[in-house]
Each structure stands twice: as C-alpha cells, then as structure tokens.
Design a binder for this molecule. Sequence first.
Ligand SMILES: *Cc1c(COP(=O)(O)O)cnc(C)c1O
Length: 386
Amino acid sequence: MPASNSARVPDTEVIPVPPLNLTGQFAGIRDELLRELTEVAASGAYVLGPKVTAFEADLARYCGTQHALGLSSGTDALLVALMALHSGPGDEVIVPAFTFFATAGTVARTGARPVFCDIEPRTFNIDPAQVERLITPRTKALMPVHLYGQLADMRALLDIASRHRVPIIEDAAQAIGACDTAGTRAGAFGLCGALSFYPTKNLGALGDAGALVTNDGDLFETCRKLRIHGSGHTYYHEQVGGNFRIDALQAALLSVKLKHLETWTVARRARAARYTELIAAAGLAPEHVRPPAEIHGRHVYHQYVLRASRRDELVEFLKARQIGAGVYYPLPLHLQKCFGNLGHKLGDFPESERAAAEVLALPIYPELTDAQQHAVVRALAAFYQQ
Ligand SMILES: *Cc1c(COP(=O)(O)O)cnc(C)c1O
C-alpha cells in the first residue's frame, strides 16, 4: 500500500505490533538450534569446552579482532575488563550519563567513581567535546557506549585517549556489527569491547551470555583467567576473579545465530529506513517526531529511537493500540538514587535529561512486516491529529 493512502485506512483496524518477536526468530531456525542442543546435551561438556572455543573463533572473525572471550553476560564483560585494568577505589572512569545502567554500575562495583559526561544530541552518544576536560590523573579508562546500535564518535575519542594515554573500553552491548566507513566494527576500536547476548540484543542467546573482544593478547590472557576466579592453572589463583563463564549450550546456539546476523542486520536497517520514509510521508517530522540520524558509519538499529513530543502520553496511546513502544531510558544515570553519593542534581547534564524525556523506541526486528510498520505510523499520525 502506498504511504499516501495510509491516512485513509480506518482508525479502528488494529494490527498488534509486539515490542519483540523472539519466538518468530526461533521458528525460522528451529532445526539448526535443536541439533546443537542435542549435541551439547549428549556431549556432557556443559560449561566452556570446544563449543565455546569454536564460537569465540567465529565471533573474533566477525568483529575483526584477534581474540574473543565468551562470558556470562555483557555486564560481566564490562566488569572483567575493568578488573583486568585493576580499576578500584581512587580511580575514575568516564561514562555517558545517558545509557543502560550496567555501564556505570560495573565501574561502581570495582570501587571506582563513574564520571558522567553529557551526550551529543543527534546520536545520543557521549560527546567527545566534553570528555577531555573530565580527564584527570585518576582517569582509568573511557567507556563510550554505542547506544541503540550506532557507533560513538570513535575517531574523536581515540584521539583524546591516545593523547592522554587512557584506554578505551567500548560498551558495544547494543552494537554488534556496527562499523565505521573503513569497516572497523564495534568493539575493535578501543583496548577492548564488551558485547551482550541477552535475548533481546541483535545477537541473542537463549539465556544470559556476553563476550569481550580485543586485539590485545595480554589483556585477553588476563581476562581469560579472571573468568575462572583468576586462575591460570586450576586451583592456583593469580588475581581475584569470579565465575564469569559462558555455557557451552549458549555458545553453540550463538554460533548458529551468528551465521544469520548479517541478514538480520540488513533487515533491521531496511525497516528503519521504512519507518523514516513512512513518518516523512505522514508529515510527522520534524514537528512532532524526529527520526534517528545515521551519523557515524553503519547503524545496526538495536533500537529505532525517535524524539517525540508529548512522549509519555504517546506511549500510553500506542499501548492502547497494542503497539509495544519502549522508553530507553527514562532516568539518566546521574539522577539515579544509587548514585546520590556522587552529588549530582537536575540540570547537570541537560542533553541526557532531554533525551530521557523525549526518546521513544518503535518496535524493530527482522520479522516486522510492512503492514505492522504502517500500523505503527498510522497510530503516530492519529495521536498527533487529536
Ligand atoms: C544490555 C546492555 C548491557 C549489559 O548486558 P547484559 O548481557 O544484559 O548483562 C550493558 N550495556 C548496555 C548499553 C546494554 O544495552
């Protein structure tokens, strides 16, 4: 149906658009996954082992790094990277004020101070222009996030990091496959990158899992030990680590899914472009909503995030029409109760605060149909016509 007809479709027609479609993805690759499940179950090797080693090789190849280390979650990948750098009390780690909690939560767990930085409003990512003046002799690392699947401004950040000799840990949890114009992929720019395979991520396990990717052999060896309580040889411990292991089953399933990731990413990008087109055709932008901008290389659209006026009312309106819109994230980190001790107040990071008030994620996944996308944009149009 041409976009120009969309306004004539009766408002009463309800096409449900769930926020995710994980079971739809499973149905498409059911046999491949069940074969792996049976094989792992029959092998008796349930934690680490050959399936994990094979997945790590596949993942390193995909990300364009020399090493990949399978871990228990994306959060643990960030934590292990910080532990490997001996992050602790007295240290500072620069993070965006607008991100998922784990970015700063892991810093605080090591005893270091998360030093918040405001974001660049077009990309929602850390603003390099504000990073430099936050660097002190205590700065242990910079931790940019590639939020929603778009790279942070890595060129500017790498320049700052190298001038100050501070390592970069990329929080690439939402950005597997995102790359710059030279083809360098998320996680491969800094000292290391943390990936998450939480089920809703672009590459999702059937449970929790994550990974660290790096080109640094020493860091890789250290993290490998930290994954099993800091031991190189069983029961001999060089540093205090933890249980950060990945299950063989998750690794085996992820190897299967990784083969489909490029196809899924292309499908996500096509759906993102379609939303932007339908929103423009409906005359909603830029007055009522602002679609996402692709500024730094290939955006992999973990989320398709608009800025929307009257955002909270709109979320309720969409819910009533069975459209699963989401808000990532409603409260910036400097205003979280658990970081009250850091002494921040409303107004400290205005772009982060504005983003928290305006962002709205529309449902996006490879299985999303054109009819569903029309239904979403019709609902947006109906809301702003009221
Ligand atoms: C999902 C996510 C994480 C944490 O990953 P888990 O696997 O859920 O622990 C960290 N940072 C960001 C930006 C994320 O989106």
